[in-house]
Design a protein around this ligand. Sequence first.
Ligand code: ADP
Ligand code: MG
Length: 475
Amino acid sequence: MSITAQSVWNNCLNFIKDNIQPQAYKTWFEPIMAVKLTDNALSVQVPSKFFYEWLEEHYVKILKVALTKELGETAKLVYIIKMENTYGNKQPFTEKIPSSNRSAVKSQDVDVPLKNRDRELRNPFVIPGIRNVKIESQLNPNYNFDNFLEGDSNRLARSAGLAVSAKPGGTSFNPLLIFGGVGLGKTHLAHAIGVDIKDKYPEKTVLYISAEKFTQQYIDSVKKNNRNDFIHFYQLIDVLVIDDVQFLSGKSGTQDVFFHIFNHLHQNGKQVILTSDKAPVDMQDIEQRLLSRFKWGLSAELQTPDFETRVSILKNKLYRDGVEMPDDIIEYVAKHIKSNIRELEGAIISLIAQSSFNKKEINIELAKQVVEKFVKNTKREVSIDYIQKVVSDYFQMDVDTLQSKTRKRHIVQARQLAMFFAKKLTKASLASIGSQIGKRDHATVLHACKTVDNLSSTDKQFRKYVEDLTKKLSV
Ligand code: ADP
Ligand code: MG
C-alpha cells in the first residue's frame, strides 16, 4: 500500500483524536486537509492564519509526536493557509514556520523541521504568569446600571445587558450589539455591563476599548512588528467591550484581526459586547463575515427616549448633583430636546451654570434661551413624522393614506419617497424607518430607496417630485 498524504494524515488524526478533547478535535483538526506528501514533509491546508497560529500555540507537541510516529525523526510539517474570502485563487500562499521569530513571514513553501522547533516555541506574550498581570479594565465606574434609567426606549437593551452581566459568555446574547443614534446611552450601557461584571466576577478580565483606539493599537502593532502579541493580548480577555464598531468601516486590516480575536473569544465562551451607531443591516464597508458574526447574538436598539423617560433622566441627574429645579422648567427642557440625552444633560448643566454665574433666577425665560441655543447649535435633524407630513401634503393625501396597505401606484410612490427621504435625512435605521412608515420591514425600505434612485434617473416627472420635496424638506 502506498503512503499518501491522506493516509499519513489519517493516522495522525487517529492518534490525536485519542489524546485530546473531542470538542477541540472537532474545532481544530477536522477542518485541516492533507494536501501533499513530498519526502517526509506533509503539507496540510488550514483555513486561516489564525488557525495556524493556534495550532502552533497549542498543539505543536502532539502534532510532532504523531508525525514522527508516521514519518520518522526528520518529519516536517508545512502549513498552507487557505486565503479567506478569495475564491478561485488557485495559488495558496504558504506560511513559513519561523523558528525564532514567530511573526509570520510570507514566502513560498519554506518549511522547518519539526525537530528544531518545539523547544523554541515560545510566545513572548503568553508567558507563565501572564494571568497574574493585571489588565486594567478601562471602565468608568460613573457609568453604571444604577444611573442608567430605564424606559421603553432602552428596556430591551438594558435587560439584555443585565442578563449578560449576570452570566457573561453564558447567554445566547453573544455578541451583544447595542446600537442607536448619538447620545442615546450606548457608551454608558456598555460600561455599565462591564462594571457590573467586574463587581460580580472580580477575577474576570474585562476590557473596555473604543474601536478607534483598538484600530490605533493594531496599526502600532503592525509597525512594531508585534501583531501576534496584539492578538494574543486580546485573546486573554474574558469580557471584551468594543465601543463604536462602525469606526471599523473600510478598515479591512483591523476588521480581519478583530475577526480572529472575536472567533477565538467566542469559541472559548468569552463575552463580546459591541456598540454601533447603526444596526448590522445598515452597516457599510464592514466585511460580510464580520457582519454575520455580529448577528450571531442579539442586536438591541437604544431608541430615542419618550418624554417621561427624558424627565426622569433629568430629575435623576439634578438629584445626584444636589440641585433643585422647578418641574415646569425640567419639563420645558425635556419637551424641546428630544433626540439626544447628552444634549438634554448639556442644556440642564448650562442652565444651572447660567443661573449661578449670572445670579439669574432659573425661570422659563432663561430655559427658553438656553434651549434655543442648544437646538440651534445642533444641526436640526428632520423627523420621520415631519417627512411623512411634508410628502403627504405635497401629494394632497393624509398621512394615514400614505401609510396604508394600498397598492395604488401614486400612494405607493408617495410612501417610497417618504422612505427614501427618511433614509437620506435622518440617522434612523432601515428597520426603524419601516416600522414608522406603515409598519414595513427593512427590506421594503431598501427596495423603496432603490426604486426612487432608479425612477429619478429614468422618469422626468418623478425627478421633479424628488427635487420639489428636497427643497421642502431642506432645513
Ligand atoms: P452614546 O454612546 O450613545 O453616544 P452616551 O452613552 O455617551 O451615548 O450617553 C450620553 C449621555 O447620556 C451620558 O452622559 C449618559 O450618562 C446619558 N444617558 C444616556 N442614557 C441614559 C439613561 N438611560 N439614563 C441616564 N443617563 C443616560
Ligand atoms: Mg458613545
